[in-house]
Write a protein that binds this ligand. Structure first.
Ligand SMILES: NC(=O)c1ccc[n+]([C@@H]2O[C@H](COP(=O)([O-])OP(=O)(O)OC[C@H]3O[C@@H](n4cnc5c(N)ncnc54)[C@H](OP(=O)(O)O)[C@@H]3O)[C@@H](O)[C@H]2O)c1
Length: 288
């Protein structure tokens, strides 16, 4: 699995992970979801993305169960996993963050998170969130902190809230980025790239909609891959980008892993640009 360096640290984040939104919501789906997470770990996935919001904690519990089973079975060591969770904005104050993080850790059955994100901007000043995150790092409860759904101007504000660019210790920004949602390429992605801060692309296969994109399907057929694989390979072709597609199917986990090794030629990239042109002006960050 390829990895990227996190900002301000020698630690690395895998470029491909497993998303978990909507997992844990339906008890009937639990065995299949657990099996998918176990299978993913078994085939080499190390990054798992979750949030206290997903199933109001049920996704974290599911991820915790998958990790516990995988560690017990000797499939993986905890230290080799990269576990990401997110705090609700209403928990992102100096007092709320440690409490929310403790609940996430409890549900996950872990001593620490590898990365803890502010899910989106809310009522708390960024300075408070930065203080809360730094306190969690100092306490050993999280290894790194970051943000999600913050646009370029928010990131400028965040840098100021950190005490200036020199002290910008935010490790990553997770945003919606896909072949049909290329807005971040205009200014956000260059801003992050310039600061060696990975962009974690959520909904990288447009929640499955790429499979209905006839233009992509045609290019994909020529390469002997699926439209989802092509869309994922395209996201990962951008420097400094990590992708966290969600799937409950073993076949799709395998396909996504294979897609992360695909190298797209200049002709393919140009065809994709014709289908889904890069942004020519600033668009507000899209959110799902
Ligand atoms: N920070 C945020 O605000 C935020 C917002 C949204 C999402 N996220 C995170 O990002 C993760 C991914 O985003 P997402 O779940 O919204 O959308 P996504 O990963 O773009 O799409 C998930 C859908 O695509 C299908 N799929 C996945 N791989 C496929 C493949 N190889 N071929 C065909 N279909 C495939 C899945 O169906 P099957 O299960 O049938 O394969 C599923 O229905 C989330 O789970 C969550 O962890 C974060």
């Amino acid at each position: 699995m390829n990895t990227l360096e996190l900002r301000g640290s020698a630690a690395r984040i895998p470029v491909l992970g497993m998303g978990t939104w909507r997992m844990g919501e339906d008890r009937g789906q639990r065995p299949a979801e657990l099996a998918a997470l176990r299978a993913g770990i078994g085939m080499g996935y190390r990054l798992i993305d979750t949030a206290e919001m997903y199933g109001e904690g049920a996704a974290e519990e599911l991820v915790g169960e998958a990790i516990a089973q995988a560690v017990r079975a000797g499939d993986v060591e905890r230290e080799d996993l990269f576990i990401v969770s997110k705090a609700y904005p209403h928990n992102a104050g100096r007092e709320g963050l440690p409490a929310a993080c403790a609940c996430s850790l409890e549900r996950l059955g872990l001593d620490y998170l590898d990365l803890y994100l502010l899910h989106w901007r809310g009522e708390f000043p960024l300075e408070e969130t930065v203080d809360g995150m730094r306190a969690l790092v100092a306490a050993g409860r999280i290894r790194h902190w970051g943000v999600s759904n913050l646009d370029t101007e928010d990131m400028e504000e965040l840098a100021a809230a950190c005490g200036g660019e020199g002290q910008l210790d935010c490790a990553a920004n997770q945003v919606y980025f896909s072949v049909s949602e290329r807005g971040p390429e205009y200014s956000l992605l260059p801003w992050l790239q310039a600061r060696s801060m990975p962009l974690m692309a959520y909904s990288p296969v447009d929640q499955g909609a790429v499979m209905r994109d006839a233009g992509l399907a045609k290019i994909a057929r020529g390469l002997g891959v699926s439209a989802a694989q092509l869309a994922l390979a395209w996201v990962l072709s951008r420097p400094g980008v990590v992708a966290i597609p969600k799937t409950v199917r073993k076949a799709h986990l395998e396909q996504n892993l294979a897609a992360s090794q695909l190298v797209l030629g200049a002709d393919v990239l140009a065809e994709i640009d014709r289908l889904h042109p890069p942004p020519r002006r600033k668009h507000p960050l899209a959110m799902i």
